[in-house]
Design a protein around this ligand. Structure first.
Ligand code: G4P
Length: 308
């Protein structure tokens, strides 16, 4: 158990506590980018997978540069965990920017049909152009890109399950690639592109830690949970009250709020001391599994216009 009162006296947690660079140093980023660039040569359009709860924070800041003009659409995954009204606002926002967008739930399959049909629409002008130039008609090829844990494998599995035919290795492509047939005129590369998350934006880093996009093992979990509780107390106080049966004013100090929740949940060690480690696990697990209700932590204001 940790007393992190002292660290709360600092204005903000240190960047390296929130976003330790252990997973993604420049060498990793270069390798990831090289793999994506290699695969991009094989595809006509890209699906950028974002976390519907944090569409801004889960976006890779260099995506546009990486995909270098390839048509792209945005799939807001884990929509079952996000506030549907805010997800709708994000979809309108992306559409206003000229980027098709759709909300999906890769685990349950919601939005998948719409995703396939939007992808077909996006790819159609390109395949029609090829035919107009006298090339043989062929399926448009697609790949999925996203940061770790956003649901890339789940989405690919869902699409592969819904579309049983996996095409054979394509002859003429240097390295064997597996393609999954989607709808009538699409093929999806079954290996997603793994993007690195935002590093230098503290607020985004915190949200990535809340959702589990940054591995819990490398962050200060109690610190993260304290900040998460503060955020929830500001944005969705009623959810905390309901879930943990809290009454009256919520404590402003995050450690007090965590201790209160721990007490309510019977997280006690000998001598009546609160097991904040256990309380912290309960809170983050509740959030990530939707037990705190649908929560959206990024809004689509002007400040994020540069991302689309
Ligand atoms: P990745 O390939 O991008 O790294 O992500 P992956 O598909 O492995 O998904 C990461 C976690 O997110 C998994 O949970 C997965 O079940 C969950 N997930 C993916 N899409 C959705 C969605 O639309 N809604 C919800 N609620 N969850 C989603 P996990 O706990 O790590 O593993 P699991 O035991 O649940 O499979």
């Amino acid at each position: 158990m940790k007393d992190y009162r002292a660290s709360r006296e600092q204005a903000e947690p240190a960047l390296e506590q929130v976003l330790p660079n252990v997973q993604w140093f420049p060498g990793h980023m270069k390798k990831a980018r090289d793999i994506i660039t290699d695969n991009l040569k094989l595809v006509d359009v890209v699906i950028e997978l974002l976390d519907a709860r944090i569409p801004y924070s889960s976006a890779n800041p260099m995506l546009k540069e990486i995909i270098a003009g390839k048509p792209r659409l945005v799939a807001l995954n884990k929509a079952d965990l996000a506030d549907s009204q805010i997800t709708r606002q994000w979809i309108s926002y992306f559409r206003q920017q000229g980027t098709p967008a759709v909300a999906v739930d890769a685990t349950q399959g919601q939005g998948i049909k719409q995703l396939v049909s939007l992808t077909e629409n996006l790819a159609r002008p390109m395949t029609e152009k090829l035919v107009a130039r006298g090339a043989k008609a062929r399926a448009a090829r697609v790949m999925i890109l996203g940061i770790p844990n956003v649901g890339k494998s789940s989405l690919i599995n869902r699409l592969a399950g819904a579309n049983k035919t996996k095409t054979a290795d394509r002859p003429g492509v240097t390295r064997a690639k597996q393609w999954i047939r989607l709808g009538g005129s699409l093929e999806l590369l079954d290996t997603p592109g793994i993007l690195w998350p935002k590093f230098e934006d503290m607020t985004a880093g915190l949200k990535l830690a809340f959702t589990g996009a940054i591995n819990d093992e490398v962050v200060d979990r109690e610190l993260i949970t304290g900040v998460f509780l503060q955020t929830m107390a500001a944005m969705y106080p009623e959810r905390l009250r309901e879930r943990y049966k809290l009454t009256g004013e919520l404590p402003a100090e995050p450690h007090e709020l965590l201790e209160l929740i721990g007490r309510k949940r019977g997280c006690l060690v000998r001598g009546g001391i609160i097991d904040t480690e256990k309380a912290q696990r309960i809170v983050l697990t509740d959030f990530r599994s939707g037990k705190l209700g649908t929560v959206s932590l990024d809004m689509p204001p002007e400040t994020v216009q540069s991302m689309a």
